[in-house]
Design a protein around this ligand. Sequence first.
Ligand SMILES: [Ca+2]
Ligand SMILES: [Ca+2]
Length: 386
Amino acid sequence: MKKSLPLIIFVGCIGLFILAAVGPASLFRRDANDDSATDAPAAAEVEPEDDGPPPITEAPGPTPEGMVWIPGGSFMMGTEELPPTGENPDKIKADEIPAHEVIVDGFWMDETEVTNAEFAKFVDETGYVTFAEIKPKREDFIGVVPDISAIPEENLVAGALIFNEDFDRESFTTEYTNWEYQAWKYQPAADWRHPTGPDSSIEDKMDHPVVNVVYQDCVAYANWAGKRLPTEAEWEYASRGGHEGWKYSWGNEFQPDGKHMCNYWQGTFPTDRQNLDGFLDTSPVKSFSANDYGLYDMAGNVWEWVNDYYHHRYYANSPKRNPQGPEKWLDPGEPLIEKRVTRGGSFLCNTNNCTGYRNAARMRSDVSSASYHTGFRCVIDTKMER
Ligand SMILES: [Ca+2]
Ligand SMILES: [Ca+2]
């Protein structure tokens, strides 16, 4: 797997060579809002529209501890259309369009994000070392940067991406796509045990979601636990809690009766951090109410890896029954970077920025970028051994 140098470049050494060579605009010009590309996944990938037998709705056995049964059914996945130009308060992106009917079979889902306590048990039993703990090699970046010899040795350090409290407010600008990268930094020695760097710890955060895990770490954990990552369709179906058309996992109103319903960012990101919900970064799982399937923190707290590759136009011809994601990823803004989908938003999401806490919101994540606002939860389907 390629290491995540593009992000390291963006946040670590962008001024050193890449920025000098090409300038920020060419790096950040396009994103999922740019719908000019017509490179939808090949139609041949789509199976004939045979709905098959009715979806599995009854649990075929007892519910494993810490999980809930999600009865199968059909739902409208995604968002119907982009709002008129200039009116997009929900920050809807083109990649969540169109809404399309999807049928999923029933499955069990972890009621919370995987916690530090659970991940520690996995590591204790297996000796597993996460991606963020391994020093990257120059060769990991072949094909990702034009000249790997230009990578400064001091950038080849193990670490993860964290919010940069000290980002440069003087030169901060939102006039280009992916401007939020300015508020990130690559933190050496940040890993799951040290969420924001070597001086931090999870000692008093064992009931918080594990963070700084990349996709392959999540798969390793899931295999150990006898589970798997959810598909993107399973994740959205579960987040909706059985309610057609709800914008959020709790309803359509973001703050009913003024109440904060999830762990997100209040104030303008990234300049004004008000912390009105009581949690600056991760919160203990179950700090906010469950949705109607009994799932906690589907919205907010940490982004959650799902299994699907990210393709910005996958919804244009996604299969109807149990879609598994495209065969190949594509984020037009960073086409060389292997990306999978993350869902649900995080404590850094905000009304002026990503609104990742909406049921339909999608995020594209570099499979080898560990970040301290991203974790995961697992599922078990009826065909898996229990
Ligand atoms: Ca918060
Ligand atoms: Ca979450």
